[in-house]
Design a protein around this ligand. Sequence first.
Ligand SMILES: *Cc1c(COP(=O)(O)O)cnc(C)c1O
Length: 501
Amino acid sequence: MNRQEFEALCVSPACTLREALQRLDATARGVLLVQGDDGVLQRTVTDGDLRRARLQQTDDETPVANLPAQTPITVGEAAGAGAVLAVMDAHQIDHVPVLNASGCAVDAVFRRELSQRIWLSSPHLGEEEIAFVDEAFKTNWIAPLGPNVDGFERELAAHVGIGHAAALSSGTAALHLGLVLLGVQAGDTVFCSSLTFVASCNPILYCAATPVFIDAEPETWNMSAAALERAFEAARRDGRLPRCVILVNLYGQSADMDALLPICERYGVPVLEDAAESLGGRYKGRSSGTFGRIGVYSFNGNKIITTSGGGMLVADDADLVARARKLSTQARDPAPHYQHSELGFNYRMSNVLAGIGRGQLRVLDQRVAQRRRVFERYRQALIDLPDIHWMPEPEGFQSTRWLTCLTLSGPAARERCKVVIQYLERHSIEARPVWKPMHLQPLYAGAIYFSHAPGEDVSSMLFHHGLCLPSGSNTSEDQQDRVITHLRRALLQSESLRAIA
Ligand SMILES: *Cc1c(COP(=O)(O)O)cnc(C)c1O
């Protein structure tokens, strides 16, 4: 419902029953909101109210204020879709006005829109997954090995253009193994992008190593070369270089490899590339995830393609990947009697899930195009609004737009982001803030952090001013329109906060 449609629902207490009936017909929402001059909601008027008035032979010119008294059922602005639905169910109604702290109706929610939640990013299966899964069942390959695992590894490596791949149980497992393969040990330090999901750096703690967090830069939202350079200088001064650098490609977009990789090379420190969010993306023509000594992809349910849960470790170095396969299956020595010389893990991908992955890989390019289309549609539809800045995509970068992200600028931007998320949630639309940086997480309190520039903390700014919108490749145009309409209204409404700021 846009602003005009909402305003058409609002009538004054002097509105007559005849006018109310006409308005109900014209708006076709089944409810009108009666507001006094002060904007406070006095009551609602429904078709039922008018029918009862008619049965009691109330004159058509009677003002709605004279209808039998009623306490309207309402919700507050903080109510989420679940709470709104509970109120509707409890009172057997299909619509509910939303009141602000002053008792003024600022919005209305209708049952119809709550029945179809719009997710940030949900699984989107193709046509072929089921055939691979069927084959696994028919041939009894229901284990963390089998033809689908081998096929998925081969096909993914070919797709991104890298030598070798090992299919694992999750992206997190792949990152953990990556650190182990790069020799990270207790007491080591590891550099890691601060603006990311916690799975990027938790494996550092699994290794009993210490993370040092590196800020983002405004042009890509990924690791800042300036901050990385300062972190390395400080590490050299302390005589304690990191064992590796975890470089994250956020929201489908690669980090600026030409700026970052030479710095790591100069210090002789390998890169573990966390491409969990950027499978299908490219940087200067080359696949995201193929730039580090080791790259990692994720197939969690919310990623661009999914195996319900899974990950992949990739590298050009055949020995590294062979070691990954061994370590991921309990590190058995080649002996018949279960002998182990080193610490292994149970991190291999199931052959059933790899079947889903093979089917998903066949639609990856399609999914990238679909996500990019969702982004472009939002951008075009909201192009007239001030204060919106879409996540940039510099020349030579090809993001998958895994999530459509934006920041707000201007007074009260931070407060407005919260209000927008709350507004969308009330209408059963999932939107989220940008990742909360790791150096702000309680879990990582006290970790060393290098900001983009002294006094310029870019990742914190992006967190406080950033939003992610529903971006799934299966978000229909109708759903996108719902997001656009509500987002536009939420942004316009939150402009009042601007004036207060
Ligand atoms: C999803 C994600 C991971 C973890 O992948 P899982 O498969 O969920 O374990 C790691 N890093 C980033 C940046 C992610 O978004």
